[in-house]
Design a protein around this ligand. Structure first.
Ligand code: ATP
Length: 355
């Protein structure tokens, strides 16, 4: 069945024991576009992918891929999708070429067609030079590109990529990004999960931010950039006071977060002249003593904070250090920090878009 919406998730819920991995997730992915499903560890991204790729059955809600219901017709769905999961499924003892051909044969392509497609994909993903080396000797970036190639053997119209660049160095990440961008030219519809705001910004037409199994924002990268213009105020009290939050609640955007020791108050704010003075006056009038107040222009981590009340975690993963002809590329691996997106303004457009 042909449809303009290649992926449709409606109110997906999934619980594992005490953990509500998905608490009602909805989104649509139009044909020929990339959706970035963005969120920190444990947000529910992989669970959403598992449901959409028929590997898990939702407790509630429904989903279609290529217009086909994933619960009612899982086998049919599988004929329309490619999946590059986090746990790589390729065989380390086979060469890149052998791996791809094997995947093709397992998908009933026939040996001849599988071999021809293998040559094409090795070329497309710049792996021809390493085609006859065993996978064990590939760098992390090369492996992820081979994962991508494998998921495309049967030319599926819909592709799911679960954190395609997690743990890669910046140079390898760039090359995987280029490979993913290239897929759009072929009309493939892509859902990719990522912990990197920057990655979603680079690749996705539409970004859905999930946290604790819920969609907390849904918009284009541009809309997220608008959101990143929200400034943030940090107030340090001389001593904790229950009067502090009520005093400033009406003057800030969204919820006021209080630190464990009760002395630090943090909240998103609309950047406006004299805001710090207004806040200090309000606190003073409530009898609250202030040690320090700071209105900070945002980083993308702040956008996430504004949306979720949480920070995206530091990524300490690195490339696996195997024979790397992908180039080294040092530099920051901190996700979600893209200085080009910094700005000032407000962030309310996306809030509650789909929560
Ligand atoms: P990550 O970036 O770490 O992969 P994620 O956003 O993909 O995170 P999920 O893997 O979907 O998150 O997990 C969501 C929550 O559900 C987590 O708290 C996780 O521990 C829990 N969870 C996922 N799968 C299972 C399972 N099979 N059994 C028990 N709990 C699970």
């Amino acid at each position: 069945m042909v449809t303009d919406l290649m992926i449709r998730a409606e109110g997906l819920q999934k619980r594992y024991g005490d953990t509500q991995a998905l608490a009602g997730v909805s989104f649509d992915v139009p044909a020929g576009t990339i959706l970035g499903l963005l969120g920190p560890n444990g947000a529910g991204k992989t669970t959403a992918v598992r449901v959409l790729t028929t590997l898990a059955v939702p407790d509630a809600g429904s989903a279609t891929v290529a217009g086909i219901d994933v619960v009612k017709h899982p086998n049919e769905v599988r004929h329309h999708i490619g999946v590059a999961a986090q746990d790589a499924t390729l065989d380390g003892l086979l060469t890149g070429r052998q791996n791809l051909t094997l995947v093709g044969e397992l998908c009933d392509m026939g040996r001849r067609a599988a071999k021809a497609r293998t040559v094409e994909l090795l070329e497309q993903f710049e792996l021809t030079h390493a085609a006859d080396r065993v996978l064990k000797g590939y760098s992390g970036g090369m492996r992820r590109r081979l994962d991508l190639a494998a998921s495309l053997m049967t030319r599926p119209p819909v592709l799911f990529l679960d954190e395609p660049t997690t743990g890669l160095d910046p140079t390898s990440r760039q090359r995987v990004w280029e490979a993913i961008r290239g897929l759009l030219d072929e009309g493939v519809t892509v859902l990719l999960t990522t912990q990197y705001l920057e990655e979603a910004d680079e690749l996705a037409n539409q970004i859905v931010v999930v946290n604790h199994g819920l969609v907390v924002a849904d918009g284009t990268p541009l809309e997220l950039k608008e959101a990143s213009r929200s400034a943030r105020v940090e107030v340090t009290l001389a001593t904790p006071s229950t009067a502090a939050v009520p005093a400033i609640a009406g003057l800030v955007a969204g919820q006021v977060h209080v630190s464990e020791d009760g002395r630090q108050l943090t909240a998103g704010v609309d950047s406006s002249p004299g805001l710090a003075t207004t806040l200090v006056r309000a606190l003073d009038a409530a009898g609250v003593l202030v040690d320090n107040i700071e209105v900070r222009q945002p980083s993308l981590d702040d956008v996430f904070f504004t949306l979720t009340g949480d920070h995206i975690e530091e990524d300490v993963a690195g490339d696996d250090g195997l024979d790397d002809d992908d180039g080294g590329g040092g530099g920051s691996r901190r996700p979600g920090v893209n200085p080009s997106l910094d700005g000032s303004g407000r962030a309310t457009e996306l809030e509650g878009a789909n929560a």
